[in-house]
Ligand binder design. Structure first.
Ligand code: SF4
Length: 485
């Protein structure tokens, strides 16, 4: 698509225009591209008024819209939002849908909601999100509710908090929708024993750093990949080290076991013996045909078996992930997945929106767009929200990714009292999170959560293990960044 922008007010960056178009054409490329699609936007001010003209051409269809509005300097991003609404008006004529998150293109809707809740209170925040950002009422309510819940959690987080993420970037096979750099080949999987030993060294350095800085560990998350790909002995080695080196008193601890095909009684027993309170067992869908189609090496029955085995232990919270909009899924079959999972009584259910990610097998294989209509995708998540809230699960954290099916969001639902602090902190970037292992990121949060510095670990385990290329966790840099402010 070619973009012609003539905005004398410079209210919006080029990326904003692209992000709005991507809401309707998720794989569109910009510049001199492979099609004749185009958008022309003219924005200017005159005689106390904002003016916006939009002409949108997609294929052989054309839509033209014009809007005007009195200039009100007290309104946040007034001209940018007017441009956004005019583009959405034009797009509605061609595509017949309004994206659920309206003209908001950021990945953190809760942050947007917080800005207005703080300035004007809950009711006015809801009105602004609905009327000025064209966000669907249910989504606006979800963002505002999550904001209020998060603020309550953060008020009670205590002094000098920090969290820890431990990366296990290995999986038994690669799911077709995944863009994560998880290692699945026999050669890379053979590195696991070495990797666990190197991870222990890295964790020791992080533990010393946390102690030296006088920080208090509030949450630990072992994620992947598929952490349950480790053997029971390796899990034992890792956990004994973590519990020895870190002060985990009162600290939330999650082990994302992950794929049911890696979960065994012995591994669950090790987790339970260490008193790990939270685990995740993920199926993404309970439809066997779809599981096969997306390249997951397990069935719904395998998931049920893993889940019921876990219930023989005393885990306080089991989370299950679902994905809305996987290829082949319909609103009816997705609602069945939701009902199936609810029938097992997990404490948390996370509903992700399917995304065609650039480095996933789907995109590499040439998939360019979603087969599912936006309306069907929205119906899936709306039905899921209704069923889950009816069953006593409340949405407590929300985030978005680019190019999701139906422009939908990822939502963490929880039974009251089982919410994950780690998820809230990660998405909200409220305090420093130390990352251990390949593919992890240490996020140094300072300046009252207004500044985030990132230190990236090597992406792949073989780089992480290469002592000539990677000197290990950079405690000096972390301390400098944390003490600077
Ligand atoms: S289990 Fe998760 S991390 Fe591993 S390939 Fe599948 S989606 Fe990616």
């Amino acid at each position: 698509m070619k973009l012609f922008i003539d905005d004398t007010t410079s209210s919006a960056k080029p990326l904003y225009y692209q992000s709005l178009i991507l809401l309707f054409l998720p794989c569109e490329k910009f510049g001199e591209g492979d099609n004749d699609n185009s958008m022309y936007v003219k924005a200017w001010q005159q005689d106390g008024m904002n003016f916006v003209d939009v002409r949108l051409e997609v294929g052989d269809r054309v839509s033209e819209k014009s809007c005007r509005q009195s200039i009100d300097t007290s309104v946040y991003s007034q001209m940018k939002n007017l441009i956004g609404r005019t583009i959405l008006d034009a797009a509605f004529e061609l595509f017949g849908t309004v994206p659920p998150w309206g003209i908001s293109t950021g990945v953190k809707p809760v942050k947007l909601a917080r800005m207005f809740v703080k300035a004007f209170g809950k009711d006015e925040a809801l009105r602004i999100l609905r009327d000025e950002y064209m966000i669907h009422p249910g989504k606006a309510q979800m963002a505002v509710d999550a904001c209020i819940f998060e603020d309550g959690v953060m008020e009670n987080i205590g002094v000098k908090p920090c969290s820890l993420y431990i990366s296990i970037p290995f999986c038994p096979t690669k799911c077709n929708y995944c863009s994560f750099v998880s290692c699945t080949t026999p050669r890379l999987l053979s590195l696991i024993p070495q990797y666990v030993l190197a991870l222990k060294d890295e964790l020791s350095r992080i533990a010393e750093t946390i102690k030296g800085l006088g920080l208090n560990l509030k949450s630990v998350y072992v994620g992947g990949g598929t952490p349950a790909i480790l053997s029971a002995g390796e899990i034992d080695l890792l956990l004994s080290h973590v519990y020895n080196k870190f002060d985990t008193e009162g600290c939330e601890f999650t082990f994302e076991a992950g794929r049911p095909d890696c979960i065994t009684y012995d591994k669950l027993k090790v987790l339970s013996d260490y008193g790990v309170p939270r685990i995740s067992i993920n199926t993404q869908t309970t439809n066997d045909e779809i599981l096969k189609g997306v390249g997951r090496n397990h069935t719904y029955a395998d998931f049920v078996r893993a889940f019921e085995t876990a219930r023989k232990f005393d885990f306080k919270c089991i989370n299950t992930d679902l994905i809305a909009g996987l290829p082949g899924e319909s609103p009816k079959s997705f609602l069945k997945s939701v009902r199936d999972v609810v029938s097992l009584s997990p404490e948390n259910i996370t509903v992700h929106a399917f995304t065609l990610k650039r480095s996933s097998n789907y995109r590499i294989g040439g998939e360019k767009s979603y087969s599912l209509t936006d309306a069907a995708a929205i119906e899936m998540t709306d039905c899921a929200t209704k069923h889950l809230t009816d069953e006593g699960f409340l949405p407590y954290y929300v985030y978005r990714q680019k190019n999701t099916v139906g422009n939908l969001e990822n939502v963490g639902y929880s039974k009251k009292g089982f919410e994950s602090i780690y998820n809230i902190i990660m998405m909200g970037e409220y305090h420093t999170v130390f990352g251990a292992g390949a593919g992890s990121v240490t996020k140094i949060v300072t300046d009252n959560a207004n500044k985030v510095d990132r230190i990236f670990s090597p992406k792949y385990p073989y780089e992480f293990l290469d002592k000539e290329k990677y000197a290990g966790f950079d405690a000096r840099r972390v301390c400098e960044l944390l003490k600077e402010r």
